[in-house]
Design a protein around this ligand. Structure first.
Ligand code: FO1
Length: 311
């Protein structure tokens, strides 16, 4: 069984490759829920949904979120009534979130709800949120504190960020199954997701980082840096906030206590030796997943590195 720690689009693309190499039933996703937001009366789980929609083959690649071909009747009506619709939820996407909100309101745990949604979409990987507890990432900026989505979507990360914290994490426990999956895995992979607000958030849930240190499984990450820059998203704005350099060794150093291997993009080959000097094995390859075939090749390369560090 392979465990993949996952954020949004980068992780979803990577997982699309992983399930071409490993049977989906043998893949457990531990998804970031720090981005989750309550808005328009519903509970949105962007990263879990992005992964689910991508694996279901219904992801809207052009927008980078939501369901392909979705309509926007609800947002249009909301806008007419004067509501600020800065966070664009398509009609079907809203329906998914409304269903989730109803079940959570009835007392269901998020990991059960997430698994149910994945199943409705025909997704056969095991989808686990990092925690069932309500947590969310708060960004402290020069204009005050705000929810991560306000910073990311409304302000497009254009306000200087001073610090990032995960509200509610002290009382959070890993979702049932997360620690067990990490302990029993044949390999644990870190998707090329944002090291601060996706992977970094998952690592803050009490017990998860310790489980990664202790597991007998090889733990291998994929660098989200390509040519000294982030591939997508705005991690270049947030890495300096945690004192990390925007580079492959800068990201690897954040995981140095548990990482056995790191896959670095060929454009960053010159920095591979610095990653190795941190005490981990390195594979250098093309990490740009512009096609499902490229994602599959990257998944194969990452799993081969996991095999190699175990040997
Ligand atoms: N990202 C945007 O840039 N603008 C949006 O209006 C937006 C809406 C949205 C709705 C549902 C959903 O699941 C994701 C959505 N995202 C949107 C993406 C998301 O906010 C971020 O990209 C992730 O949180 C980062 O992983």
């Amino acid at each position: 069984m392979v465990v993949v720690l996952a954020g949004g689009v980068g992780a979803a693309r990577f997982l699309r490759g992983v399930v071409r190499v490993v049977a989906p039933e043998d893949v457990t996703v531990v998804g970031n829920t720090g981005d989750d937001i309550d808005i328009y009366g519903v509970h949105v789980c962007p990263d879990l949904d992005i992964v689910t929609y991508m694996l279901a083959g219904v992801f809207d690649e052009e927008r980078g979120f939501g369901i392909i071909g979705d309509t926007h009747g609800v947002m249009d009506e909301l806008a007419k009534s004067g509501a600020d619709t800065w966070f664009a939820l398509g009609d079907r996407d809203l329906g998914v979130c409304a269903g989730r909100t109803k079940l959570l309101g009835d007392g269901a745990e998020l990991h059960r709800v997430a698994q149910g949604i994945a199943q409705h979409f025909g997704v056969r990987v095991r989808m686990l949120p990092m925690t069932d507890a309500p947590v969310h990432t708060v960004v402290e900026t020069q204009q005050g504190e705000m929810h991560f989505q306000e910073y990311w979507v409304r302000h497009r990360a254009n306000i200087p960020a001073l610090s990032v914290r995960l509200e509610g994490v002290e009382a959070a426990l890993p979702a049932p199954g997360v620690l067990d999956a990490i302990a029993r895995a044949d390999a644990v992979l870190l998707a090329p997701s944002n090291p601060v607000v996706s992977i970094g958030t998952i690592l803050q849930v009490p017990g998860i980082r310790e489980a990664l240190v202790e597991t007998r499984a090889p733990v291998v990450g994929v660098s989200p840096i390509v040519g000294g820059r982030v591939m997508r998203g705005m991690a270049d704005k947030l890495l300096p906030v945690v004192g990390a350099e925007v580079s492959a060794p800068g990201v690897a150093a954040l995981y140095v206590d548990f990482l056995d291997g790191f896959v670095v993009d060929e454009q960053d080959a010159a920095r591979a030796a610095e990653v190795e000097a941190l005490g981990m094995r390195v594979a250098v390859t093309n990490t740009v997943m512009d096609t499902p075939e490229r994602a599959e090749a990257l998944a194969k390369e990452t799993l081969a590195l996991a095999q190699a560090v175990r040997a």
